[in-house]
Design a protein around this ligand. Structure first.
Ligand code: SAM
Ligand code: SF4
Length: 324
């Protein structure tokens, strides 16, 4: 599927819930998001039905997200259902890790192809400050459980916030000890993220170099997204950066997003897209769904304009409702 700007779209992030067991200060308000009734959320069968439509239009990779996807009952069943869709090459998951320890075995049995664990710090006090929860040990237990499955690649995603005590160097050190890539994701001014600044990639690299020695640019390709990577001496994994603001990569954007209520969103910054739930539940045929998806992708915005006035179609949801 080629969009109106000539970009190939082969990746969809599917949010299965906007509920979460954490309250990361840049993502989810303390009081949570307005509760959506279960019947307004797409069922697993509906998500699978849409996956059949997506694959016919060239989508090959799916990332399951939330809110926290593992708070939705039976997530491994959805993984299994999506793995049954011919043409889907990868079904991966992004999670805060708290429930990963108890669900990893079933996810592996279901055929999950990769796990991203979002972890901003190893320090229990800073974890509490960022997430409102004391569960850093539980998140780490989830991460280590995932690492027991060497056939399933694991990445750690960290949003550097510039808060005193956020131990980015120690966190990066996980890639020295374990075969895991640690990626620093630039804070995006969406929802609650607007109130935070960004930490510059060069500053973080200088800190890491001081501790771990000189780095080299990693030339290979890792993952489905726009990350770029560096190799440090004696590290088992790479160190990555995903910098949507300082290294704008909209020209290579390969993705769309499906919210838990079935809205296909074609750009992170705008509310533009199409309500697929309405078509699905209105009895729309597969051909109608395909047409709707193709039209929406055809009108995918050229790119974000963070820092400028995005106009009437600017996204008003918080990240937990979008899925990151
Ligand atoms: N709960 C899951 C998790 O934390 O991985 C999935 C949903 S979460 C919205 C997905 C990713 O979005 C997380 O890695 C999180 O750090 C990131 N995120 C949330 N708000 C963000 C923001 N304002 N800027 C950059 N990344 C953000
Ligand atoms: Fe929840 Fe993930 Fe958002 Fe943190 S980043 S509040 S874990 S959805």
């Amino acid at each position: 599927m080629i969009d109106g700007c000539g970009r190939e779209i082969d990746y969809v992030r599917i949010s299965v819930t906007d509920r979460c067991n954490l309250r990361c200060v840049y993502c989810m308000p303390e009081e949570g998001v307005p509760l959506v009734s279960h019947c307004d959320i797409l069922s697993y069968n509906e998500i699978q039905k849409l996956a059949f439509v997506f694959v016919k239009l060239g989508i090959r990779k799916i990332k399951l997200t939330g809110g926290e996807p593992l708070v939705r009952k039976g997530l491994p069943d959805l993984v299994k259902q999506l793995k049954q869709v011919p043409g889907i090459e990868q079904v991966t998951l992004t999670t805060n890790g708290l429930l990963l320890g108890e669900q990893m075995e079933n996810l592996a049995l279901a055929g999950i192809d990769g796990i991203n664990v979002s972890l901003d710090t190893l320090n229990p006090e800073i974890f509490q400050q960022i997430t409102g929860n004391s569960g850093v040990e539980k998140a780490l237990a989830g991460l280590f459980k995932a690492l027991q499955y060497p056939q399933i690649p694991v990445k750690i995603n960290c949003v550097p916030m510039g808060v005193p005590g956020q131990d980015l160097t120690e966190l990066a050190g996980l890639a020295k000890e374990y075969p895991v890539h640690v990626r620093f994701i630039e804070m995006m001014p969406i929802g609650l993220g607007k109130q935070f600044g960004i930490r510059k990639e060069d500053d973080i690299l200088t800190e890491l170099e001081r501790q771990y020695g000189p780095y080299e640019v990693f030339d290979g390709k890792l993952g489905n997204g726009p990350g770029h990577y560096y190799t440090f001496p004696d590290f088992k994994g790479e160190i990555g950066f995903i910098s949507a603001i300082s290294h704008k990569f909209c020209g290579q954007c390969n993705r769309v997003r499906l919210t838990s209520q079935g809205y296909l969103k074609t750009c992170l910054q705008y509310d533009v897209g199409v309500d697929l739930r309405k078509i699905l539940r209105g009895g729309g045929s597969e051909a109608e769904l395909m047409q709707a998806v193709a039209n929406a992708i055809g009108q995918k915005p050229v790119g974000h304009c963070f820092g400028e006035d995005a106009g009437e179609h600017v996204e008003r949801h918080v990240m937990a409702q979008i899925g990151g």
